[in-house]
Write a protein that binds this ligand. Structure first.
Ligand SMILES: [Zn+2]
Length: 325
């Protein structure tokens, strides 16, 4: 079969991208995909699930489920650059969910100088960061379409391209965030190490990802939207904590979160036949019950970890310590 131009074909086997184990004895799921059926939305966020995935292996050492073989990094970057975007409303809902995670973290950061959000989409979360008081907010997004859809005042905050550590000053950020994006990165542990180096001592990462071990995902099995051609790895609570601790983060805390979306969006993710689902989604989107905001624990994890250092306990103390003599 010849793949359509731009669709990445898996061609490289790899060890576990969190711990480096090459024990592939536990095959979690054999590959299931048809490149001919993937369209421009395949590499877009919050799309209609296709239930396709690469071959998945479960790591016996760190509990990560990861794809192997995978496409080349260049093939993936091209697919993301060309991916479509049609989910501004859902992006705002997600940003509000993540904004609620931000609140308790703010007082524990060394300052509210610079925050970097990787995989920022249309930058909806950058508005949350700015509203929280960060002086400089920077988003990184590999796809052109969500940036084009960004609000005019947000667009200048977004850098178009794949995240590259050397685009940022080392030790300059107080917070690095990454939501529903770790699964898409060819090397998530390398990204965690980059984040660590970009942080000031005492600075923090805030990551959100899928938990393949969560009850809804176990109940849905391969009909769960987490089994996706874009997802090069899937975390569990243990695997995500392992990645942060192995990187050198301290005070690592990983916990399940609830997501809040309108009902019509939840329908989009439901394990139903596609034709039926499209009709239900259209009907729900056009009706008031479809607009109801519903919070559900759907198997997402939030992880926080701090770069070791000596952060002041509160910002008022920091102002006293670092303020003019
Ligand atoms: Zn591993």
């Amino acid at each position: 079969m010849t793949a359509p131009a731009g669709m990445p074909v898996p061609e490289q086997t790899r060890p576990c991208p969190v711990c480096g184990s090459d024990d592939e004895s536990r095959v979690f799921a054999e590959a299931r995909y048809d490149l001919a059926k993937l369209d421009a939305h395949a590499f877009a966020s919050r799309k209609l699930p296709e239930y396709m995935h690469y071959r998945l292996v479960r790591c016996p050492t760190c509990d990560l489920v990861y794809a192997s073989p995978v496409p080349s990094a260049e093939g993936l970057a091209r697919a993301y650059d060309e991916a479509a975007f049609d989910s501004a409303e859902e992006a705002r809902c997600a940003a509000r969910t993540y904004g609620r995670l931000l609140g308790p973290l703010l007082a524990r950061l060394p300052d509210l100088g610079t925050a970097i959000d990787v995989g920022t989409g249309d930058g909806a979360f950058l508005e949350e960061l700015a509203a929280a008081g960060f002086e400089t907010v920077i988003g990184v997004e590999p796809s052109a379409a969500p940036i084009a859809a960004a609000k005019p005042h947000v667009r200048p905050w977004i850098r178009h391209g794949t995240f590259r550590e050397h685009d940022f000053p080392a030790g300059g950020a107080s917070l690095v965030t990454c939501f529903q994006t770790l699964e898409h990165l060819p090397d998530p542990a390398a990204f965690a190490r980059s984040a660590w180096r970009l942080l000031k001592p005492g600075g923090a990462v805030l990551f959100v990802g899928h938990d393949y071990g969560a009850l809804p995902n176990r109940l849905m099995g391969r009909r769960s939207p987490i089994y996706d051609i874009e997802h090069l790895q899937l975390f569990s609570r243990r695997a995500l904590g392992e990645m942060l601790r192995r990187t050198g983060f301290t005070h690592v805390h990983v916990r399940p979160i609830t997501n809040r979306y309108p009902l019509h969006y939840w329908l989009k993710l439901a394990p139903l036949p596609t034709a039926l689902k499209l009709r239900l989604c259209a009907a729900a989107k056009a009706s008031w019950p479809g607009q109801l905001q519903v919070s559900l624990p759907v198997g997402n994890l939030a992880a926080v970890g701090f770069r070791p250092g000596d952060p002041p306990p509160t910002r008022s103390a920091a102002a006293t310590r670092h303020g003019p003599a």
